[in-house]
Design a protein around this ligand. Structure first.
Ligand code: GAR
Length: 218
């Protein structure tokens, strides 16, 4: 059933924020029943923070380096998420590991997007252009995108959506990244919309997508 109240999203992003921008565009054009209530970055220069400010969305720079210990750092993250009444956390090019306490608090309610078909080409050190370089070095004919639930390890949570993208013979890491990014900008909003519609169930490691419910006619 379509929500009457938009799903409240907090986006974590470390870099330029093109996935965040794509999600905001899908919201603005009525394709995603959500609202970005907080953008959080470990990097004060992140383009994603500028995008948030341009949209009037609270933008916070929170980095472990600002705190004396893990506990106060984690409390700062948890407080920001609680204060904004976040329902779903989306990692959009976030290059830091999420502390376990936050993963637990948002178990089943935290998504990541990864620019490859997991479990291939994921894990620590495989992010951004490193992923595409590794795919080309292996000689893969297909790569793609994975949107997955976040667990305590890098890139190991259950997939929610995956989509393949062909690797072309003339591809460089840059051209492959660009073709995959185009797909990322579609698939992330589609996956988030499934959560907005309450259609994602976890059965062991497998997510099950429930069929859309149609609003009953009066
Ligand atoms: C995206 O390609 C995203 O999939 C990737 O970083 C890029 C961020 O771009 N994330 C990872 O590699 C995470 N393991 P963006 O800042 O333009 O959204």
């Amino acid at each position: 059933m379509r929500r009457r109240v938009p799903l409240r999203l907090a986006a974590f992003a470390s870099g330029r924020g093109s996935n965040l921008a794509a999600i905001l565009e899908k919201i603005d054009t009525g394709k995603l029943d959500a609202q970005v209530v907080l953008v959080l970055s470990n990097n004060s220069d992140a383009g994603a923070l500028d995008i948030a400010r341009q949209h009037g969305i609270p933008a916070m720079h929170i980095s472990r380096k600002q705190f004396n210990d893990d506990q106060t750092y984690e409390n700062a993250l948890l407080t920001a998420l609680a204060d904004s009444q976040t329902e779903l956390v989306i990692l959009a090019g976030y290059m830091k590991k999420i502390p376990v306490s936050i993963v637990r608090t948002f178990q089943g309610r935290m998504l990541n997007i990864h620019p490859a078909l997991l479990p291939s080409f994921g894990g620590q050190g495989l992010y951004g252009h490193f992923v595409h370089e590794a795919v080309l070095a292996f000689g893969c004919k297909v790569s793609g995108v994975t949107v997955h639930l976040v667990d305590a390890q890098y890139d190991t949570g259950a997939p929610v959506m995956q989509r393949s993208v062909p690797v072309l013979e003339e591809d460089t890491a840059e051209t492959l990244a660009a073709r995959i990014l185009k797909e990322e900008h579609q698939i992330y909003a589609e996956a988030i919309q499934l959560f907005a519609e309450g259609r994602v169930r976890l059965d062991g490691r497998r997510t099950k997508i429930l069929p859309p419910e149609f609003e009953k006619q009066p």
